[in-house]
Design a protein around this ligand. Structure first.
Ligand code: FEO
Ligand code: CA
Ligand code: CA
Ligand code: CA
Length: 736
């Protein structure tokens, strides 16, 4: 559904249509009765609310499984499962409604035109418009005095990642000049991209911060256009380096010869948030925009090793080719090429300036974002905090989203002090600039360990034969090499993580893998490159009969911490088509809950796990989706043998009571991003890249969403958007 914002009146965004309203209204007194029962069981609503928001001031939560306030089974899903479908709308259960908070190109402030649908908006205006490729996000309650108010549900700041631009057919007047029709952004060798197009793409990446509020009735929320908090952070925004990498030779550039700053955050995939009220945005596929010329003669052996491990060989053209525009620094900086006598005179180190977790203070529009380097450099999917506990370190989990990459954990040196609520970037410096990074090793017996990635520990020093580490900055910039060196476990593409609000068990999606990387267990050929055979933590190897081999449907692993550097794990859930063989469909999925390629995963404050898919293997049957789950805990299942013959440990079977499909997205999209208000009455999800493969197919647009949500015969361009989901009776989302 497209907003009709034809003028600049303050009420424009109050006009969002509510679609898919349901005549089925559940009784509020049933909701009230269940709420009070849960409050008793779980020690009060305050505790559950604080858990989602980082456990500010809360000590009862997050310390392990022994003081569990309530068994997850105390909750009950309360909606009718949505059927798999390929419609070009967002489908939600009866009794729910959807509306759009914002979509690509919507102006955040007064003075810019409404999105015209023809690519006519100026590049500069995208510094004030909603970016493309909506992805990870978080809701922060906003107080009347402009502070973070963790319990506030009717007014807040919504921070949204804009991962990438679907350049060929949405952002520009025509398909991008020079686009060769293959993939989302691909240009022939020798293409010189048009500056105005590249400027617009640079501005459409990054993060948006938008004030949102409820109206006088209902629980849906809309954008407060013109709010002083509305802000864009783009691939051109100046930001600081902090932590051990600040000032390192490895990040010195012509822009910042001292290596203390850089420009831009790119390819912001998933996210995190802190208990002090800041947003964490994570840089994933940064190679989309980084090229490299033929500079081998000016590169050291260590640099060559590092760039090879991060996928940047000499003479590599990036898909977007922003650097092709010309020699001005604004474009040349996207080519990580040694051209001058030293690194402070060129942009050879651009590659090292991306792949970080970036902290943003949404409550201070003038704050300078910080690349917090303690969490390492890799394809950072996200940064998922465990519930904060007063007097204990801040713990943040993350995954490296590439096939056969690793899972990481950061533990702060400082212990959480609830007085740091609203501490902004200063609190960020306290907790995120000093700490230890670990990488995960999963053993076949269900145990695992966290291996410390610190200079001088575990062989990470100048004598290391894989890569001679010089200092902690070198370890963090080359976290992948450090993790290789200590024998971390190669995973089936780590995507999102989520920490249970009371049990503190950690769930991480492993979205899928293919046969080139997770090799047929029966193969006798020597493994090459980063190949691995199936193992207990990544056990399945099969052919789905439709051309996908390896682990095409993905799984979700989970673990509970059992010591400072030890954990116990099992596989919570395996994605599968419901009619697949039992040793593929190991979780016994049925028509109400079968899915493929879990990507997003987020716990709400009540303990509902929301699972989102970004799939290509089941899309012949259904568009991507959102499921609601009530997981048990590590150890609630038992040993199993996966297809391909590898032994593993699985969780309890899925049932219609503990896993149910809640939403199906429009055509050719990914469902991603999750946020919910503290009262659990307003939920946000993102629809990314509807109709993305239109350009490849040369058959015109295959989606017209969001306009198609209300206009079946729409011919408009599709665009990424944030969807607000509310219950028509104003009740809590998802539960009875
Ligand atoms: Fe941006 Fe890992 O998906
Ligand atoms: Ca993702
Ligand atoms: Ca994905
Ligand atoms: Ca299929």
């Amino acid at each position: 559904m497209t907003q009709s914002v034809q003028d600049n009146s303050p009420n424009s965004y109050d006009d969002n249509e509510i679609v898919n309203p349901s005549p089925n209204v559940h009784l509020n007194d049933i909701v009230a009765a269940r709420m009070s029962r849960r409050q008793v069981l779980r020690g009060g609503v305050g505790a559950t609310t604080f858990a989602l928001l980082g456990g500010v001031g809360l000590t009862a939560c997050g310390g392990g499984g022994d003081d569990t306030p309530a068994a997850p089974s105390a909750l009950a899903l309360g909606f009718t499962a949505v059927d798999k479908n390929q419609n070009d709308i967002v489908t939600v259960p009866t009794g729910y409604q959807v509306s759009i908070v914002h979509a690509l190109g919507d102006p955040q402030h007064f003075g810019d035109t409404s999105w015209a649908g023809d690519g006519s908006e100026s590049a500069d205006s995208y510094n004030r418009r909603i970016g493309d490729g909506h992805d990870g996000m978080h809701y922060f309650g906003l107080s009347e005095t402009g502070k973070y108010e963790p319990t506030r549900s009717d007014r807040g700041l919504l921070c949204v990642n804009h991962e990438y631009v679907v350049a060929p057919f949405v952002l520009h007047p025509a398909f991008s000049a020079g686009y060769n029709g293959v993939g989302f952004a691909s240009f022939a060798a020798g293409t010189v991209r048009v500056a105005a197009e590249v400027d617009k793409e640079i501005a459409a990446h990054g993060v948006s911060i938008t004030e949102i509020k409820r109206g006088s009735t209902g629980t849906a929320m809309t954008m407060s256009r013109g709010s002083r908090y509305n802000r864009r952070i783009t691939s051109a925004t100046t930001m600081d380096f902090t932590g051990p990498v600040r000032g390192s030779d490895l990040v010195k550039t012509k822009f910042s010869p001292a290596g203390t700053q850089t420009r831009g955050t790119n390819n912001n995939c998933a996210n995190g948030y802190t208990p002090w009220g800041t947003y964490l945005t994570c840089e994933e596929n940064f190679l989309n925009v980084i090229s490299r010329g033929g500079d081998a003669a000016l590169r050291s052996a260590k640099e060559v090793t590092s760039m090879a491990r991060y996928g940047l060989p000499a003479n590599r053209r990036s898909p977007y080719q922003w650097d092709s525009v010309g020699p001005a620094d604004e474009y040349a900086r996207f080519s990580s090429t040694a051209t001058a006598a030293s690194a402070d005179l060129d942009f050879r180190n651009t590659i090292n300036t991306f792949g970080w977790v970036v902290e943003i203070d949404p409550f201070n529009p003038d704050s300078v974002p910080a690349k917090r380097t303690t969490m390492g450099r890799f394809n950072h999917e996200g940064a998922w905090p465990a519930p904060a506990v007063v007097g204990k370190p801040i713990v943040i989990y993350s995954g490296d989203d590439a096939r056969n990459e690793y899972i990481y954990k950061y533990v702060s040196t400082a212990n959480w002090d609830a007085a740091d609520l609203n501490g902004g970037m200063a609190a960020g410096a306290k907790y995120l600039d000093n700490g230890k990074l670990y990488v995960a090793k999963f053993n076949a017996d269900g145990t695992g360990s966290w291996v410390e990635l610190s200079f001088g520990v575990n062989g990470l020093d100048a004598t290391n034969t894989l890569y001679a580490f010089a200092d902690q900055a070198d370890v963090l910039v080359n976290a992948r090499l450090a993790a290789d060196s200590v024998g971390a476990t190669k995973m089936d593409r780590p995507e999102w993580g989520a920490v249970h609000p009371t049990l503190s068990e950690v769930y991480m999606t492993l979205t899928n893998n293919n046969a080139s990387n997770r090799v047929d267990p029966a193969s006798v050929a020597p493994l090459t490159g980063r190949q691995a055979k199936p193992d207990a933590a990544n056990p399945r190897w099969y052919d789905d009969g439709e051309g996908n081999r390896g682990n095409p449907n993905g799984h979700i692993i989970r673990w509970k911490e059992t010591g400072a550097t030890a954990f116990a794990w099992d596989i919570y859930l395996f994605g599968a088509e419901n009619d697949a063989a039992a040793n593929v469909n190991l979780s016994n999925l049925t028509a109400v809950n079968d899915f493929s390629s879990p990507d997003g995963a987020c716990f709400d404050q009540r303990g509902v796990l929301w699972i989102q898919t970004d799939d290509g293997a089941y899309t012949d049957v259904t568009n991507c989706m959102l499921l609601a789950a009530l997981p048990g805990k590590v150890g609630d299942g038992g040993p199993a043998t996966a297809v391909g013959g590898t032994a593993t440990i699985k969780g309890a079977d899925a049932t219609a009571d503990n896993l149910r499909r809640f939403l199906v997205g429009p055509k050719d999209c990914e469902i991603t991003g999750f946020a919910i208000t503290p009262d659990a009455k307003t939920m946000f999800i993102n629809v990314q890249h509807p109709g993305e493969s239109s350009a490849d197919q040369g058959a015109g647009l295959i989606s017209h969403w969001p306009d198609s949500q209300t206009t079946a015969a729409s011919t408009k361009r599709p665009r990424s958007a944030t969807v607000c989901v509310a219950r028509t009776n104003g009740g809590e989302i998802g539960l009875t």
